[in-house]
Design a protein around this ligand. Structure first.
Ligand SMILES: Cc1ncc(COP(=O)(O)O)c(C=O)c1O
Length: 498
């Protein structure tokens, strides 16, 4: 579309009135342009008319156009450069999804039709930077389900049902099933050097819910939250939906790396993954931990420590948690059973400072009405009887071997400028690609070979995103890792040699 026709088309689009009556004008402009990009009526690189000329042509205020453009820009649909105006981004957030539409299973359609939703609803449902959920070899974040001891688990569940107490059928206790909280407390004291009493633990339905609860109970609309960049989009989403202003902080070899610019923007919350930065895998250094703790304490900020996969450390001694170093009670520590048990169990926990324990219990009860007591009881026995530790040890062995095989298979990529940073933990590894490389395209090429890897740029915010691939090794069978790894290495080498 030429500039002239873009304003004509937009005028016609707005006149057609396919929007809810109370939708503000800037949102209508934003929606129209976004849809045109998704339908490829506006193609990457196309220059948009200036906000001034569009405002005149559409009979709207310039501020309306500026607000629409700003949102498009924030979500990565357009880029603005001094001297060359605003253009449709060449790397669109939806490109990758679109290329995979054909093989996406039904029910995972990520079409971003947000018409009729509230602002927060549109943020939650209109996501554009979330990778597809389809599981394929190398899908990051997937567990090896075949390693789960299903028979043993069934036995433990049956045991609970054989003599069910009435309380098992009721809503759960506010903090969660007490034997499970005790079991988790013992585990965290021993394995993660978390300082706690059982009273400080609350069972939630996973980290996503723990973050949501913290956002609701500790912040007000418009408060600022520091998030890692690149970082976990799931956390970003839930924080944003709660009306928080996201302030991305870069990540370096020592973890989250705030500088003076960041310190001038003090947050209410700091969300971080210190023991294994997601997705880069960096372990936060001691100095950085102290810095964050001292800064948070001096500013009255809360730190949300997401320790999502700390169980999978293959080399060296396990690191202590940030919570374990905290003297001033500003850390809320979160863990999940998604990675060690299975994601569908929907159980996690949060350890809150003693002063918050009672309010969090009441807040959790009012907002989310706990339940699933039988599963919590079975999990308590799974941990107490030692099966949990055995299962973790087994998974560690399996994943360690897969990781080594994958590193070996991918080693040739270092010849063409890619880098495999050393990291001794987690369920995925990162292949760093040179800054000029289109990592979305490389992920597409891998998808054509039946391999699902995620571009590192998806995890970033802003225009300068790091490039790379996130390659999960937990899901594919051990004997398939080397052949798949070689295919991926070939894809990367071919892409970087052009
Ligand atoms: C950084 C991070 N935290 C937490 C989780 C797990 O969250 P949940 O307990 O909601 O499944 C994930 C899942 O992939 C993750 O990547």
């Amino acid at each position: 579309m030429e500039s002239l026709t873009i304003s004509d088309w937009l005028l016609a689009e707005l006149k057609q009135g396919r929007f809810p009556p109370r939708m503000p004008s800037h949102r209508r402009v934003y929606e129209s342009i976004r849809r045109a990009i998704a339908n490829q009526h506006l193609t990457p690189g196309t220059r948009l008319p200036s906000t001034r000329s569009l405002a005149e042509a559409l009979g709207l205020s310039r501020n309306t156009l500026l607000a629409a453009f700003e949102q498009l820009h924030e979500e990565g649909y357009v880029i603005s450069q001094v001297g060359s105006g605003t253009r449709i981004a060449r790397t669109l957030p939806e490109n990758f999804m679109a290329s995979n539409d054909a093989d996406k299973p039904k029910g995972t359609d990520t079409a971003k039709n947000t018409v009729g939703l509230s602002k927060r609803g549109a943020i939650a449902a209109g996501q554009t930077d979330q990778p597809s959920y389809e599981v394929q070899p190398f899908s990051p974040g997937e567990d090896d389900f075949s390693a789960f001891p299903t028979q043993l688990w069934r036995r433990l569940l049956n045991r609970q049902w054989r003599d069910p107490q009435p309380a098992y059928l009721d809503y759960g206790h506010a903090g969660g099933h007490l034997p499970l909280r005790r079991a988790i407390a013992n585990y965290l004291r021993m394995s993660r050097t978390v300082n706690l009493t059982v009273e400080q633990i609350l069972i939630t339905s996973g980290t996503q819910q723990s973050i949501d609860l913290c956002a609701r109970l500790l912040t007000d609309h418009g408060d600022r939250v520091w998030v890692e960049n690149p970082g976990y989009w799931g956390a970003r989403r839930v924080l944003e939906v709660n009306g928080l202003e996201l302030h991305p902080v870069p990540v370096d070899d020592e973890g989250m790396a705030p500088d003076n610019i960041d310190f001038r923007c003090p947050p209410r919350l700091i969300y971080t993954t210190p023991s294994h930065q997601y997705p880069k895998g960096v372990v936060m250094s001691y100095g950085r931990r102290r810095l964050l703790l001292d800064y948070a304490a001096s500013r009255g900020a809360w730190i949300l420590e997401d320790d999502y996969d700390s169980e999978f450390r293959f080399e060296g001694r396990p690191l202590s948690s940030l919570q374990g170093m905290d003297q001033s009670g500003c850390v809320l520590y979160m863990g999940t059973f998604s990675k060690v048990m299975y994601p569908g169990i929907k159980l996690g926990y949060i350890v809150v400072p003693p002063d918050l324990a009672e309010s969090f219990k009441r807040g959790l009860y009012e907002l989310q009405r706990p339940g699933q007591v039988v599963i919590q009881a079975a999990l308590a026995e799974f941990i107490e009887e030692g099966h949990f530790s055995t299962h973790i040890r087994r998974l560690r062995q399996i994943y360690k071997e897969r990781r080594q095989l994958l590193q070996k298979a991918l080693a040739p990529v270092s010849r063409v400028g890619a880098r495999l940073p050393p990291a001794g933990s987690g369920l995925h590894l990162v292949v760093e690609l040179p800054p000029h490389c289109d990592d979305v395209r490389v992920a597409e090429l891998a998808a054509e070979q039946g391999l699902r890897v995620y571009p590192l740029s998806y995890y970033g915010v802003g225009e300068k995103r790091e490039k790379g691939l996130i390659v999960g090794y937990a899901y594919a069978a051990t004997e398939r890792i080397t052949p798949y790894g070689r295919i991926l290495a070939d894809v990367i080498q071919a892409a970087l040699s052009h």
